[in-house]
Design a protein around this ligand. Structure first.
Ligand code: GAL
Length: 344
C-alpha cells in the first residue's frame, strides 16, 4: 500500500514538473508578464525583431535594477543604468529563448557612449548580405538627453557578441528615437526623431550599413513623431509612430508612402477598442511581418512603467489591412494567436 502511494506521489510530482517546464505559450497576452523559456520575464524594451534563416531574434533594452529620477532632472527622465542589449530567439514568436546580452555596457571606460551612466535606447538590428555582418543601430545619449546621437555596433552572429563601433549625429543632425528598415533592393535607411524630436529624418545608409551616406530627407515636419516602426506592404511603405510625451502614452499614428524618401501621407490612428486613443497605454517600437503568412503583421508596443522601467510590459497586437483607407487597423485583443491571420 505504502509502495503504491509512493509510486503515485512520484508520478504526480514528475508529471507536475514536466508540465511546468514543458509548458509552451500558445497565445499572446498583451500587458501581462511574458516569460522566456526559462521562466524569467522577457527583458527587451524599445526593441526590434530580425528574421534570419528561420529564426526570429528580438533585441531590446536590457533594463536591470532600480529606476531613478536624477536629482537634477527638470522633466520625467526616469532611468535605469545601461546594462546592454538583450537578445532572445524564437521560431513561433510566442516562446522566446534568452540568448544573453548581445551588446554589453562598457563599464571600464567612463567616456564610452555605452557606459552604465549613459542612455541606450531603441536598439534595432539588420543583416547585411554583402558583408555578412549583423548591424545594430541604437539611440545613445547623455543622461540629460542633450547628446542626441546614433550608435552603431556589429557582430558576426545574430546572437552577438556585438562590438560597439562609434556614435555620431547622422548627417550632423540630432537623432533620438529611431529604427532601421531594409528595402527589397538591399538599401537600408534609418528613421530618426530629429530637430528636438519635432521632425523625422530618413537617412540612407552606406552599403555596409554602418554610416549614413549623406542623403537624407526631412519628413513629418513639426509633427513631433517618435517611436517609428517601418514596414513594407505590397508596394507601399508604412510608418507606425507615437506622439512625443516621454514615458507617458499618447495616440498612435500610421502613415503611408509610395517611395521611402518621397511624400508621406498621414492616415490617422490605427488603434481600435478600449483605450485606443492612448495606444492601449503602449508606445510603438516595431512591426513584424510574419513569415509564411500573407498580409500578416504584428504591431509591437512597449507599455512603459516609468517608475519601474524593468517591469515595463509588451503589447503585441495583430495589424489588419484596411482596404478602404489603404492603411491598417490595430484592434485590441486581451488574448490572441497567429490563427487570426489566414494561411498564405
Ligand atoms: C520617449 C521615448 C523613449 C524614451 C523616453 C524617455 O519619448 O520614446 O524611447 O526616450 O521618451 O523619457
Amino acid at each position: 500500500m505504502l509502495k503504491k502511494l509512493a509510486i503515485a506521489l512520484l508520478t504526480v510530482c514528475t508529471l507536475g514538473i514536466t508540465n511546468t517546464q514543458g509548458q509552451k505559450n500558445k497565445t499572446f497576452h498583451p500587458k501581462e508578464v511574458w516569460n522566456d523559456t526559462e521562466g524569467n520575464p522577457i527583458n527587451a524594451h524599445g526593441g526590434g525583431i530580425l528574421y534570419h534563416k528561420g529564426t526570429y531574434y528580438w533585441y531590446g533594452e536590457y533594463k536591470v535594477g532600480r529606476t531613478i529620477l536624477p536629482a537634477d532632472a527638470t522633466w520625467e527622465r526616469y532611468r535605469t543604468d545601461v546594462t546592454g542589449v538583450s537578445c532572445y530567439s524564437s521560431k513561433d514568436l510566442l516562446n522566446w529563448k534568452f540568448e544573453g546580452v548581445a551588446l554589453k555596457a562598457i563599464t571600464e571606460d567612463s567616456e564610452s557612449d555605452i557606459h552604465p551612466t549613459q542612455v541606450l535606447e531603441r536598439p534595432k538590428v539588420i543583416y547585411n548580405k554583402k558583408t555578412g555582418k549583423f548591424v545594430m543601430w541604437m539611440h545613445i545619449d547623455s543622461p540629460d538627453y542633450s547628446k542626441a546621437e546614433a550608435g552603431v555596433a556589429i557582430a558576426d552572429a545574430p546572437t552577438g557578441p556585438f562590438t560597439y563601433l562609434t556614435g555620431f549625429r547622422p548627417n550632423n543632425c540630432m537623432s533620438r528615437d529611431q529604427t532601421l528598415f531594409v528595402d527589397d533592393d538591399g538599401t537600408a535607411y534609418q528613421f530618426s526623431s530629429s530637430e528636438e524630436n519635432q521632425t523625422m529624418h530618413i537617412n540612407r545608409l552606406t552599403e555596409d550599413y554602418t554610416q549614413t551616406d549623406g542623403t537624407y530627407v526631412r519628413r513629418f515636419i513639426g509633427m513631433a513623431r517618435e517611436a517609428p516602426a517601418v514596414f513594407k506592404h505590397g508596394k507601399k511603405y508604412y510608418m507606425l509612430s507615437s506622439g512625443c510625451t516621454g514615458w507617458d502614452p499618447n495616440s498612435a499614428q500610421i502613415a503611408v508612402a509610395d517611395s521611402i524618401m518621397g511624400e508621406w501621407t498621414v492616415l490617422g490612428d490605427p488603434c481600435t477598442g478600449p483605450d485606443a486613443e492612448k495606444t492601449f497605454y503602449g508606445q510603438s517600437t516595431h512591426v513584424i511581418p510574419i513569415q509564411g503568412k500573407k498580409n500578416a503583421y504584428i504591431a509591437c508596443f512597449d507599455m512603459w512603467k516609468k517608475k519601474d522601467l524593468q517591469d515595463s510590459r509588451y503589447i503585441w497586437l495583430p495589424m489588419i489591412p484596411n482596404k478602404q483607407t489603404d492603411g491598417f487597423t490595430i484592434p485590441w485583443h486581451e488574448e490572441w494567436n497567429l490563427n487570426i491571420f489566414k494561411k498564405k
